[in-house]
Write a protein that binds this ligand. Structure first.
Ligand SMILES: *[C@@H]1O[C@H](CO)[C@@H](O)[C@H](O)[C@H]1NC(C)=O
Ligand SMILES: *[C@@H]1O[C@H](CO)[C@@H](O)[C@H](O)[C@H]1NC(C)=O
Length: 278
């Protein structure tokens, strides 16, 4: 019943809907003439161009005030993390099986070969020990030399196995790069093994020192070939230390660099395990 009543109204609705879309009598489309539509389109075109222009302008002005070498919003220079190489927090190997410790030796060799190659280092400067290497003027900052040879027994030059074949392995430690960081005091690395009778260690360079000459770092763009200072630690393990999991903790000491943050276990320190199997 309802359907028969609906029919006529449906017809008029359909035609009025058609009219509202395009009315042939007045030439209006959706209730507006072509001229009116053109004006509206023009208005929006101008309006959005104006918005885009404003956006581009503010962006441009803001970028002008940025220095690409210095992070802008930094309330203070953050403290660096300490990183251990080989890049593993669990160094386990059999000293009598070269294939077994090869990955560690290779990763150390590759790392040094890439960044600390002596022919590369020849191009850099011999900087003044114990002093920051401040550079104001030059656009491209100069680089202080860090020779592989400074790592002595852990350089991979005199002992190509970095001590792994004799069960007295070397690890390398480096601080993360922080732009503008100038550590106070005389930072050095100190490692300890948590056990009753202490494990002897050898540090290279002497006393595990991280020289101030390698600071500050000026950033990737300005300080292109920057060489990070390294500290090598050779664990002088004895027979009684074999087949045991040793927990080694290394910290940066002697400076203002944080090494005891409750929340960040890698800030100025790192803990890793070493297990040498005979
Ligand atoms: C250092 O690198 C150059 C090329 O980058 C290479 O020819 C040379 O053999 C490397 N030297 C050492 C000691 O690895
Ligand atoms: C290294 O750390 C241990 C343990 O904290 C400490 O007893 C030792 O005196 C430190 N050595 C140096 C040279 O600071």
């Amino acid at each position: 019943m309802a359907s028969t009543e609906d029919k006529p109204t449906n017809k008029t609705e359909a035609s009025s809907w058609k009219d509202s879309f395009y009315n042939p009598r007045t030439g209006e489309v959706l209730g507006r003439t072509a001229g009116s539509w053109a004006l509206i389109l023009l208005f929006y075109l101008v309006f959005y161009c104006f918005l885009a222009g404003m956006f581009a302008l503010t962006m441009w002005v803001m970028l002008l005030t940025l220095d690409e070498n210095i992070p802008r919003y930094r309330d203070r220079v953050p403290f660096p993390g300490l990183v251990v190489l080989p890049n593993s927090l669990d160094i386990t190997f059999s000293k009598s099986d070269p294939l077994n410790y090869a990955p560690y030796v290779e990763s150390l060799e590759n790392f040094l070969q890439k960044g600390y190659n002596d022919t590369e280092q020849e191009k850099y400067l011999d900087c003044l020990e114990g002093q920051y290497f401040l550079q104001d003027d030059a656009l491209e900052k100069k680089v202080c030399r860090f020779r592989r040879g400074y790592l002595s027994l852990c350089s991979g030059l005199s002992d190509i196995n970095f001590g792994y074949s004799e069960g007295r392995p070397c690890v390398l430690l480096k601080l993360n790069r922080i732009i503008g960081l100038k550590p106070l005091g005389d930072p050095y690395v100190n490692c300890t093994v948590k056990k009753d009778n202490p494990v002897q260690m050898q540090y290279f360079p002497r006393k595990g020192r991280i020289d101030k000459m390698y600071f500050p770092y000026y950033g990737k763009k300005a300080h292109v070939n920057y060489v990070q200072p390294l500290v090598a630690v050779k664990l002088l393990l004895n027979k009684e230390d074999y087949n045991k999991e040793l927990s080694v903790e290394c910290r940066v000491e002697g400076s203002n660099l944080r090494n005891n943050d409750e929340r960040d276990k890698f800030l100025g320190r790192v803990t890793f395990r070493v297990k040498v199997v005979e």
